[in-house]
Design a binder for this molecule. Structure first.
Ligand code: NA7
Length: 864
């Protein structure tokens, strides 16, 4: 064994943990010429692979990818023997890396950091270790891993059992021989599923206590996949580059096949291929939408259940092993070797704790609600206090005396998963808020270490001493992490990703699910923008460019990226006719929107022109009268029709339970101002007069519109007030145009890149109205008399040139005494709020719109 090296009193950096991340961090710190010390609780390197020595422990990312890439020579010198290497082989690898780079001399083994305190005077961290030493360092780096703090047994009587008790996470180094023993295994996560088949080989009787059945697919272990080896051999650098810029840290081609539209043959073919391949990122990529769409997810889930049923001979056991309480992929799926087959052995039994919960561990076994079991040994495979457990286990005290544990009591909070406000120069490798456990850890670790190393170099080069995130940047990142999770099915599961496995732990989605590639880009962008959102200080002074690195909803960003990839000409370069044809073609490819009770088309006979309308009646008895909403579509008075806003109208109808009448007013350039405004008012008059025939409740009439449709809706309210009727209960204005003044800041801030652009708005204005008319309140309702108007709900989107129009109208109405509900579509564009079943993050905005609309009608409640 190595002699613990003597610890210098002062070092530049201390790293806690000598696993993958700690070893590489030390390597990079040395490269920078910084003095560094690694403190490791174990007596050897390895981290997770040091502790998790249970039978069957393997990685679940192919080892060709679960490997360091920073040293090409190392890759030549080390060959993995299997597709998924065993724990001993991975541990050997990490020892090999440590020796090859002479890292051990700066690692102090068998020592834990017990406390860390920031000294604001000296700008240094003071650490205390289990050996009684004190170390002072400028940079304190936690490389403690995401799954390193075992979850404490939370089962009644856990300390009562007289026989041996084993934890998969702390397995004895000498191994365990279960030959002839009656063994209990509690837990069927990855550790349970990997170890159960091997324990069953030795035990005379094995009883598995399962609380939640897990999805698992055969690992099909063997030699490393030939195609992948060949790709790496041909161009290692390109392969590693692709991994770094992939979604999960393993280069695979993301599919664009949707579960709902794929034929049964294609579904089966894709699933079977993934099943045969035996890789997590393969089975998670059967369909593009399986992580977000419940129906598609169920397709995959059911095909896996079929496999379980066809493997396990006892139907009741098979059914108990079929996961049904969470979507596939929302808890970490497992790779196994003969797991389900194990239950066909006569001496193996499954106890379903959902049917007979454990009452207590007893002196000689386990008592459930129905039975008493006697055992010679109990194995806990009950998991970890994931992602935050090891970080708060050290008593870390930040700048103002607050502990990390206290700061995170409500929820963990980080900027980029790397740092946290109040704790200067304190870095976390693969911390909460970074992709970590959702990705190939080797790739994520290298990215984090490289970023930290780059940051330390920049600090030195610029004569700076400290770095700390701002509260604004951190809150923004936390929000972004949650926004990314919210559009997936993940938050619905009681998973350790959500902190749900540890009683009392706050429920938040801990890792960043936006992708390794997107995450890397965000980190790079932060650094490139002068460390946006960080406060940097040193002898040369203090500097801080505060801000939020990602504030757009992730699915909105995806839509914009997709649109940009099409390389379309700007809309304003087209003729009105061509622009209409383009819009019509685009409308054909989108989802239809929710079902409603009935949809009928009709015509409003008006003196100036017959106006087509489409009526949406909610599900329910046809004779039951409902509130009535007259809706006007968007399209800059030039584009749009009954089809263009059809999904949005269905959505409003389904959510509010109101009858929605969508009106196709006359368009420019054929019919210029004031045709659209006059049509809108005439349509509202007609609806008011025909409320009963339309299935409405007389006196419960609202108007709604989007964009230019919101403009004519707002104008109709002013005209109705002036005309003494009809009475309008409320106006829902979605991203309205209310003025011709295009100098408001949002026209500049959001003028380009978000589909509706400032040049496009000019194009609309020019088609619709002469400059001389543009101050007319029938065109610029903000300039009209606002007294006595109906209550308003106004939706503004952050990335909309019209954002400030909406805000100005809300302010002006409020000043005129009109009740206003302002709905901020956070992270949205002008168009994304209306993209039903395309932009998932817009659904809560539309729920709020529907609630506001319903609130105009006292007798109704929103449906959802
Ligand atoms: P996991 O995946 O957290 O699995 C722990 C298992 O233990 C899981 O089946 C739990 O059921 C079960 N468990 C936890 N507490 C109890 C109690 N009190 N009673 C009964 N059963 C319990 O940990 P692993 O070590 O298997 O895997 C961790 C990760 O390591 C894995 O995902 C890979 O990334 C590598 P539950 O599901 O909570 O109902």
């Amino acid at each position: 064994m190595n002699q613990p090296p003597s610890v210098p009193e002062h070092v530049d950096a201390v790293v806690v943990g000598a696993g993958f991340s700690g070893l590489y961090m030390l390597y990079r710190l040395r490269q920078l010429g910084l003095s560094a010390k690694v403190i490791e609780a174990a007596d050897d390197v390895g981290g997770t692979w040091y502790w998790n020595r249970y039978p069957g422990a393997r990685c679940d990312i192919p080892t060709t990818d679960y490997t360091f890439s920073f040293d090409p020579e190392l890759e030549k010198e080390w060959t993995w023997s299997e597709k998924y290497a065993t724990q001993p082989e991975i541990l050997d690898y990490l020892r090999f890396v440590a020796d090859r780079h002479g890292l051990r001399s700066d690692i102090e083994f068998s020592t834990a950091v017990t406390a860390a305190r920031w000294d604001e005077q000296d700008k240094r961290w003071e650490l205390s270790t289990s050996g009684g030493a004190r170390i002072s360092c400028r940079f304190y780096i936690m490389a403690t891993g995401c799954l390193s703090m075992p979850k404490q047994p939370d089962i009644e009587g856990a300390d009562r059992f007289a026989g041996p008790v084993y934890f998969t996470s702390r397995w004895p180094h000498e191994g365990v021989d279960f030959t002839g023993q009656r063994v209990a295994v509690i837990g069927t996560g990855s550790s349970g599923i990997q170890s159960i088949p091997l324990i069953a080989r030795q035990a005379s009787a094995l009883t598995v206590f399962q609380r939640t059945p897990n999805f698992s697919i055969p690992a099909r272990n063997g030699p490393a996949p030939a195609d992948r080896l060949e790709r790496i051999a041909q161009d290692r650098d390109a392969y590693r580059h692709d991994a770094r810029w992939s979604r999960g840290g393993v280069p695979i081609e993301p599919t664009d096949v949707l579960g709902g539209t794929a034929s049964p043959e294609v579904r089966r073919e894709r699933f079977e291929a993934a099943w045969e391949q035996g890789e997590l990122f393969g089975i998670l990529n059967v369909f593009a939408d399986q992580g977000v769409n419940p129906a598609t997810n169920e397709l995959v889930a059911e095909m896996i259940r079929e496999k379980i049923r066809s493997t396990v001979t006892d139907p009741a056991t098979a059914e108990a092993l079929c996961p049904k309480d969470h979507y596939f992929g929302t808890k970490r799926p497992c790779l196994d070797t003969g797991y389900f087959e194990t239950y066909n052995l006569p001496h193996v039994r499954l106890v379903d704790l959902r049917r007979q919960p454990i009452v207590s561990i007893t002196e000689d076994g386990i008592e459930t609600a129905d039975e008493s079991f006697a055992f010679d040994a109990i194995v806990y495979a009950t998991g970890f206090d994931a992602m935050t457990g090891a970080l708060v286990a050290v008593d870390v005290t930040g700048r103002d005396g607050t502990s990390l544990e206290a700061k995170w009591a409500g929820r963990p909070s980080t900027y980029l998963g790397l740092m946290t406000t109040g704790f200067p120069n304190f870095f976390m490798l693969t911390g909460p808020g970074s992709p970590s456990v959702l990705s190939n850890m080797a790739v994520s670790i290298e990215q984090h270490v490289d970023w930290v190393a780059g940051c330390l170099k920049d600090l030195r080069d610029q004569g700076l001493e400290t770095i700390e995130p701002t509260a604004v940047a951190e809150a923004g990142w936390n929000q972004h992490v949650q926004d990314c999770a919210a559009i997936t099915l993940h938050p619905t599961a009681n998973s350790w990703y959500m902190g749900a496995n540890v009683p009392g732990k706050p429920r938040f989605f801990l890792p960043y699910i936006g992708g390794v590639d997107a995450y890397r880009q965000a980190c790079d962008d932060v650094a490139a923008q002068g460390y946006l959102g960080f406060r940097l200080a040193g002898p040369g002074g203090e500097r801080c460019q505060d801000g939020v690195i990602r504030s757009m909803q992730p699915d909105v960003a995806m839509v914009l990226e997709f649109m940009a990839s099409l390389g379309l000409p700007p809309m304003e370069s087209l003729s009105a006719e061509d622009a209409r044809a383009f819009m019509a073609a685009a409308a054909e490819t989108r989802p239809p929107g929710p079902a409603v009770g009935e949809i009928t088309d009709g015509v409003i006979p008006l003196p100036a022109a017959d106006l087509p309308y489409r009526l949406y009646r909610p599900a329910g008895p046809a004779e039951e009268p409902r509130p009535l909403v007259v809706y006007f579509h968007g399209g800059g008075w030039v584009l749009g029709n009954l089809d263009s806003d059809d999904p949005l109208c269905r959505d409003l109808c389904a959510r509010t339970g109101a009858v929605v009448v969508s009106v196709n007013y006359r368009h420019a350039p054929e019919d210029r101002f004031p045709a659209a405004a006059e049509d809108a008012f005439a349509a509202v008059q007609w609806a008011g007069a025909n409320a009963i025939e339309l299935g409405g409740i007389p006196g419960q009439l609202a108007v709604a519109g989007w964009s230019a449709g919101a403009n004519v809706a707002a104008v109709a309210c002013q005209l109705a007030r002036d005309a003494g009727g009809p009475a309008i209960s409320g106006q829902l204005l979605i991203c309205p145009v209310v003025d011709s003044d295009m100098t408001r800041p949002s026209y500049t801030e959001n003028g380009d890149g978000y589909i509706l652009t400032t040049p496009l708005m000019r194009w609309f204005w020019d088609y619709y109205a002469d400059p001389a008319d543009r101050t007319d309140p029938r065109l610029a309702p903000l300039r009209g008399n606002l007294d006595g108007l109906p209550s308003a709900a106004i939706v503004t989107a952050d990335f909309d040139p019209l954002r400030d129009d909406g805000l100005a109208y809300a302010r002006a109405l409020t000043e005129a005494g009109v009740p206003v509900r302002l709905i901020r579509a956070r992270g949205h564009t002008h168009t994304s709020v209306t993209m039903v079943d395309v932009v998932i993050s817009s659904a809560p905005v539309r729920a709020e719109m529907a609630a506001a609309l319903s609130a105009f009608f006292p007798a109704t409640e929103p449906v959802t």
